[in-house]
Design a protein around this ligand. Structure first.
Ligand code: FES
Length: 314
């Protein structure tokens, strides 16, 4: 789909973009939590959550200016302007709301508000019981401040600004403790340490199956916790050792093997690679549960190996 940027609004280091089809036709509806591939004018493809008030509303993206930008956020902040054309894929959802939970707890850390905001509007339309906890460094320049503080969601939003780790832990414990132990589903998006804290607290109170998360940041690889493994390439008869601090994708690329990739965070499926033997340690948000169980493919951008050797169809 070809779209054009209709409006741009900057809030601190977050840029809010409204998009419309170039030919004026309505863009496809989508579910809360969905993300979309965006092809930028510099050729990069990036994934962003859709954060709209209603499925029929204009598409909105919120893009944080990243100091360590891999080229996407810098281009959208520095080059894109009203009237710039972008390419869009179809909306995809790896972070859908459970249809009928008794209560929903939504946790957003910083720019992680984007899929969570769509969820809050969807739950409001359903008349569901929910609460949104939004953790920000400070309220100045906070994205969606007007909607969250005075719009229809305001009574269900709790803001937490400038909290340190101990205060965040206390706020999480209070929010989890106040929600019903049975029937509550937890959704979280934000920086990795924040998601880890929410996941740990939510799993302890409601069970791991009740906690759902999505990340658009590449997780740092902790070489102290990861194991090295070997990629055996069946067709080219090569063996490549993946070190504890390296991704399988980086290992393949360093060896000169051209693997298509886009998001590099396990959400788009572009780098999907066939597995002929060995057991992958699936860490993506793209494959379904049955696809994971089949163990016949993996996403080398984020996934690793449970066995010492993975034999790839390369
Ligand atoms: S590049 Fe997107 S899942 Fe690997």
């Amino acid at each position: 789909m070809d779209v054009v940027i209709q409006s741009i609004r900057d809030s601190g280091d977050v840029r809010l973009l409204e998009l419309a089809a170039v030919d004026g036709t309505p863009l496809p509806p989508y579910e809360a939590g969905a993300h979309i591939d965006v092809t930028l004018g510099n050729g990069l493809v990036r994934q962003y959550s859709l954060c709209c008030r209603a499925p029929s509303a204009a598409y909105r993206l919120a893009v944080k200016r990243e100091p360590q930008s891999r080229g996407g956020s810098a281009w959208l902040h520095e080059v894109a302007h009203v009237g710039t054309r972008l390419g869009l894929g179809q909306p995809r959802n790896a972070f859908a709301l459970t249809p009928a939970a008794g209560h929903y707890l939504l946790f957003a850390g910083g720019i992680g508000i984007t899929p969570i905001l769509s969820m809050a509007y969807a739950l409001l339309r359903r008349g569901a019981s929910f609460q949104l906890m939004y953790f920000v460094r400070d309220t100045a320049g906070m994205a969606f401040a007007d909607e969250l503080q005075s719009g229809p969601l305001a009574s269900q939003v709790v803001m937490h600004a400038g909290q340190d780790a101990a205060q965040v832990a206390a706020s999480l414990a209070a929010a989890m403790g106040a929600a019903p132990a049975d029937g509550t589903q937890v959704y979280v998006c934000g920086p990795a340490p924040f998601m880890s804290a929410v996941t740990a607290a939510g799993s302890a109170r409601f069970g791991a199956a009740a906690v759902h998360q999505e990340s658009f940041s590449p997780a740092a690889i902790d070489s102290d916790k990861e194991a090295a493994f070997v990629l055996r390439l069946a067709r080219s008869q090569r063996e490549l050792p993946v070190s504890a601090g390296q991704s399988a994708l980086a290992c393949l690329q360093d060896a000169g093997i051209d693997i298509d990739c886009s998001c590099e965070v396990g959400v788009c499926g572009t780098c999907r690679t066939g597995v002929l033997a060995g057991v992958p340690d699936h860490r993506d948000a793209f494959l379904s549960a049955s696809e994971r169980q089949a163990n016949d493919c993996f996403m080398p951008c984020v996934s690793r190996a449970r066995t010492a050797v993975l034999v790839l169809d390369l």
